[in-house]
Design a protein around this ligand. Structure first.
Ligand SMILES: Nc1nc2c(c(=O)[nH]1)N[C@H]1C(S)=C(S)[C@@H](COP(=O)(O)O)O[C@H]1N2
Ligand SMILES: [Mo]
Length: 174
């Protein structure tokens, strides 16, 4: 048996954890049958199973559960493969209160375990294959940190958000 592939889940508001693909079985498994096109190899059709990316991230990054919508709206999830191929998913794409997309961290591909090769990001809505990052070694979550105004004064007037403290470090300049 080849050694099990490990990947790191880390970010700005959490402790770093290292997981094996087999440990993805602790979350409810979802199935995605997808077709995407690749510039070099044409149309690809695959069946993946694994947990929702958001279920894994909310487990280790509890701040994402309590963060206000306007904090969640600026979160990024960067996924890195063993070959350093990277793709970014906006947290909001997968958040039930925003895009609610069933983005997976797949533990099987076409019925085969990814335990030794590494898990794979699955973005079923994508027509192009570039974000189906395979052999995942790292998943990072954090806030977009451009140096701009930090607070829209209208934030306090909406009334639909609890006055919670920020879960992520404030942008520079605040
Ligand atoms: N780690 C890694 N994942 C990757 C890539 C890559 O170069 N490295 N290429 C992407 C691209 S461009 C495509 S089209 C799909 C191809 O997936 P397939 O080989 O299962 O058809 O993998 C994606 N995932
Ligand atoms: Mo591709």
């Amino acid at each position: 048996m080849p050694p099990a592939a490990e990947f790191r889940v880390h970010g700005e508001a959490m402790r770093t954890v290292t997981l094996r693909v087999g440990e993805l079985a602790r979350w409810p498994s979802h199935r995605a049958e997808v077709t995407f096109s690749c510039l070099t190899s044409g149309a690809q059709h695959h069946v993946f199973t694994g947990p929702l990316l958001r279920d894994v991230l909310t487990t280790f990054c509890p701040g994402v559960r309590t963060a206000r919508r306007k904090e969640r709206s600026r979160l990024l999830v960067a996924v890195t493969g063993r070959d350093c191929h990277q793709a970014v998913v906006a947290w909001a794409e997968t958040d039930p209160e925003f895009g609610n997309a069933p983005i997976l961290l797949a533990a099987t591909l076409d019925g085969r375990s990814l335990e030794s090769g590494g898990c794979q990001l699955v973005v079923p809505g994508d027509a192009c294959g570039a974000r189906y990052v395979s052999s995942v070694t790292g998943i990072w979550i954090g806030a977009h940190a451009f140096a701009g105004p930090t607070r829209d004064p209208r934030d306090t007037a909406t009334g639909d958000e609890p006055p919670a403290g920020p879960a992520w470090p404030a942008r520079s300049g605040s």
